[in-house]
Design a protein around this ligand. Structure first.
Ligand code: NCD
Ligand code: ZN
Ligand code: ZN
Length: 360
């Protein structure tokens, strides 16, 4: 049995408020625990989007009532809310800027709007950008101009990782995350994922080429975090008209990465650096005392959505053979997950950005 610290996932979509038929704070944090994740940072592209004090309160109320693992919540950058969100900075996971088309209403097109957020958001608090290709280059320039850090969400392209590498070499304060699917899937996997429903393969950024995947693996040292970008949508939605982009990922990330460890593509230390140490440092997160994950690293099994806690009911990795199964999760000295069952209760999760409750 392998004993790991509780994993941190800085990029999840909980879908509450507004779309709890896809996921809610109960099922989403249950999926987290089943995947060995004890702390999630939740994205603001809900309905309504989380972009001011009122909507932030809405999201935090749901989370406080239902979360079964620890969490913090992002606020979203809109065209007119730079001052309003900056006032929430100390309570938020960070500021999320959507700079390209993806799921949800939040988007900033004009670069002067980006600048307003860079001016107002506190320098020591995280900014995360959904920025693909050239918008990524632009937001890195902006971070350099304002002499502050920026974290690039879900990179997937060779040109992206090589540019981040070059920026880091010049001392620019840029960090990045990669989700499991760009490490394990390419465009060529679309037919197997789609099974006749092309909408299932929709994800932003889109699945890339083998050369892109290889560039990510070859430049592992440039990747600061593995983040799932857990983006659940139901199969009915994925198979319907206008399929929304996104893959669920909380319950498959650790087994996929442990399988890669077994194949000697990376080490356990590489994994823990990117799923515990670096996210804690980049996002300024507290340690979770008496929190750990027990993994049977030799257990081989097939991934099946039917066994998952996520409400979305499917996975792009259906039928994949993996090695490494989460057996037990202990969160702040309480058994939170054991052999397939979530044991922590809704509302037991702590918001790590609020002053800590008593040590219970
Ligand atoms: C995400 C979603 O569904 O919220 N979709 C996706 O394809 N990654 C949005 C996002 O992270 O860009
Ligand atoms: Zn995104
Ligand atoms: Zn996302």
């Amino acid at each position: 049995m392998l004993k790991l610290p509780g994993l941190i996932d800085p990029h999840v979509h909980m879908r509450e408020p507004g779309a709890s038929h896809k996921e809610d704070w109960d099922t989403g944090t249950s999926a987290a625990l089943a995947g060995g994740v004890t702390l999630v940072l939740a994205m603001p592209n809900t309905n309504p989007p989380i972009f001011d004090a009122e909507t932030f309160d809405l999201a935090l109320t749901s989370a406080a009532a239902k979360a079964r693992c620890d969490y913090a919540h992002y606020v979203g950058a809109g065209p007119e809310n730079a001052r309003a969100v900056a006032a929430l900075a100390s309570q938020a996971a960070g500021l999320k800027m959507y700079l390209d088309m993806t799921f949800g209403q939040l988007r900033l097109d004009d670069m002067t709007l980006w600048q307003e957020h860079f001016q107002h958001w506190p320098r020591e608090r995280p900014i995360v950008a959904h920025s693909e290709s050239r918008s990524m280059a632009a937001v890195i320039l902006m971070a350099a101009l304002y002499d502050r850090s920026v974290h690039i969400a879900h990179i997937s392209l060779r040109e992206e990782i090589l540019l981040i590498k070059a920026a880091k070499q010049r001392g620019i304060k840029v960090t990045c995350e990669v989700a499991p699917h760009p490490l394990f899937l390419t465009q060529d996997d679309m037919p197997a994922i789609s099974r006749g429903h092309p909408g299932r393969g929709e994800v932003r950024p889109r699945l890339a080429t083998q050369a892109d995947v290889e560039a990510l693996w070859q430049n592992l040292e440039v990747i600061d975090c593995f983040a799932t970008d857990h983006a659940p949508h139901t199969l009915a939605e994925k198979d319907g008209e206008n399929p929304p982009p996104g893959f669920p990922g909380l319950e498959t990330a650790l087994p996929l990465l442990l399988t890669a460890v077994h194949a000697k593509r990376l080490t356990i230390d590489d994994l823990l650096l990117r799923m515990v140490t670096n996210p804690r440092k980049i996002f300024g997160l507290p340690e979770q005392p008496e929190t750990w994950v027990e993994v049977d690293e030799n257990a081989e099994y097939e991934i099946h959505a039917a066994e998952m806690k996520s409400r979305c009911g499917w996975t792009p990795f259906e039928g994949w053979k993996v090695r490494g199964r989460v057996r037990r999760v202990v969160l702040r000295n309480q058994e939170a997950f054991k052999d397939g069952d979530v044991l922590s209760s809704p509302g037991s999760g702590h918001n790590v950005r609020l002053p800590s409750k008593s040590n219970s």
